[in-house]
Design a protein around this ligand. Structure first.
Ligand SMILES: [Zn+2]
Length: 253
């Protein structure tokens, strides 16, 4: 009975995969520019709010973009100082990025009072936007990757990054040729069913999908394990069951 269920699931996944491939190739031809920024040599900036976001949520994207030959840099808007562990967490971020293949010279951590690690504080959208724009222009960034409007975990600091990128995009302030990809938030049930979420992911609209190999999942887990200060029991469960350690689906703004 269990085997029959698994077979049905596999068949559904295959059908969905075939459908997506047809749909995907049609979508891609609509936007050659967006397809172009996914190509080899793109200068890509990952924008996160806290040390550990890169491993907890974006590991499939980081490793997937590396596979595509992107030159990846990272901008983190806080030191993650909610429990006064900012200095420790900055070091943990560097270690995690080392595992994920992002060198220290490509990492910038903003550590100031304007952007506290605090879900109850709403970061000023215009202030975030102007720092983002300056960073994008200075580093000739072609592609920015960040959270979507749900912020994956609903954290207001994550959502502030989306709000700022949305503002820059909708007001036409981004440099020509700079695209923005946002990481799809899913409901709590889908969030914790690991790779079993793949069929549900494939049935929905998306522009880019990264699925890690088992070797890459081990790499993502190693990156997450660098965040010693954050590895409380519920985060260990997160690492075991979260789809975000294995699957990232993203949309272009
Ligand atoms: Zn975060």
């Amino acid at each position: 009975m269990e085997a029959a269920g698994l077979l049905c699931l596999a068949a559904a996944a295959l059908l969905a995969w075939g459908f997506l491939r047809v749909w995907d190739s049609r979508e891609r031809t609509k936007s050659q520019e967006q397809a172009g920024v996914l190509g080899d040599g793109s200068r890509t900036l990952l924008v996160i709010a806290h040390p550990d976001d890169e491993a907890m949520f974006f590991a499939p994207t980081v490793l997937g973009l590396a596979r595509l030959g992107h030159r990846l840099s990272l901008l983190c808007f806080s030191a993650g100082n909610f429990y006064n562990q900012g200095e420790i967490r900055k070091k943990e971020l560097l270690q995690s990025c080392d595992v994920l293949g992002i060198p220290p010279s490509s990492i910038m951590i903003i550590d100031n009072r304007d952007f506290p690690d605090d879900p109850s504080v709403r970061w000023d959208t215009e202030r975030v936007a102007s720092i983002l724009l300056q960073h994008i222009e200075m580093n000739s960034i072609n592609l920015v990757v960040t959270f979507d409007e749900g912020g994956v975990s609903g954290h207001s600091n994550h959502i502030a990054l989306y709000a700022a990128m949305r503002t820059l995009h909708s007001e036409g302030r981004l440099p020509k040729g700079c695209s923005v990809l946002t990481l799809q938030s899913v409901n709590v049930l889908r969030k914790y069913i690991s790779l079993l979420d793949l069929p549900f992911t494939l049935l929905r609209r998306q522009d880019v999908l990264f699925v890690l190999t088992s070797k890459e999942v081990a790499q993502a887990k190693r990156a997450m394990s660098c965040h010693h200060s954050q590895l409380l029991w519920f985060r260990r469960l997160y690492v075991l069951f979260s789809r975000y350690m294995r699957i990232n689906s993203l949309y272009f703004l």
